[in-house]
Design a protein around this ligand. Structure first.
Ligand code: HEC
Length: 169
């Protein structure tokens, strides 16, 4: 079953077709949920502007992948949304964030779980959680995922890239 179908099933089990799902809905992503992401809706981003607030390690061109694309006018990304950022240069790290819901990560980017992925060439999860484990980072940037995304990007459901502005869908 596809991830979208699984989410739809869960939502259908919890609410009528026209009602939003209850706030307790959760989606816990495992490796199959990320497979085939190179074929999802994607956007090129030149990366954040170098205004001195972002570490050089977090700069640079990347491709953003999203599934599903939010509905026009949505105030937030729905539970089950996966956003992947694949660096096009340097270390070519792949980071992801999944709208897990269920008040996960309440102290940071609420409802979002953080991931690093790797293609070797099969896709695998390097780590997951409310931040990286010791020794891992945002491509070398010493700041926590939550520190940047919750402080600066809360107004767009903790999503920082202007390309993924909710208002643009
Ligand atoms: C130094 C601040 C900073 C830190 C730390 C940081 N991010 Fe980001 N992140 C950004 C910015 C800025 C963007 C938007 C880049 C662009 O313009 O496309 C972004 C974009 C992303 C995206 C693409 C979706 C989005 O939100 O726009 C993912 C996925 C992501 N970051 C994951 C992570 C993960 C995982 C961590 C922790 C390991 C992390 N980030 C830490 C600043 C940061």
């Amino acid at each position: 079953m596809s991830r979208a179908a699984a989410v739809a099933l869960i939502l259908a089990a919890c609410a009528g077709p026209d009602e939003p799902g209850p706030t307790g809905d959760t989606f816990i992503a495992f490796t199959p949920a990320f497979r085939g992401f190179r074929g999802w809706t994607s956007f090129h981003s030149d990366g954040p502007a170098d205004d001195g607030t972002v570490s050089p390690d977090a700069l640079g061109a990347r491709t953003l992948y999203i599934d599903p694309v939010p509905q026009s006018g949505a105030a937030a990304f729905p539970v089950g949304t996966i956003v992947i950022e694949a660096r096009e240069t340097g270390t070519q790290n792949i980071f992801a964030r999944v709208k897990r819901g269920g008040t996960y990560n309440t102290g940071g980017a609420r409802d979002w779980e953080w991931f690093e992925l790797i293609e070797q060439p099969d896709l695998a999860i390097v780590w997951r959680g409310i931040g990286p484990p010791n020794g891992e980072s945002y491509g070398g940037d010493p700041n926590a995922c939550n520190a940047c995304h919750a402080d600066r990007c809360a107004g767009n459901d903790f999503t920082c890239s202007p390309t993924l502005s909710l208002a643009s869908f």
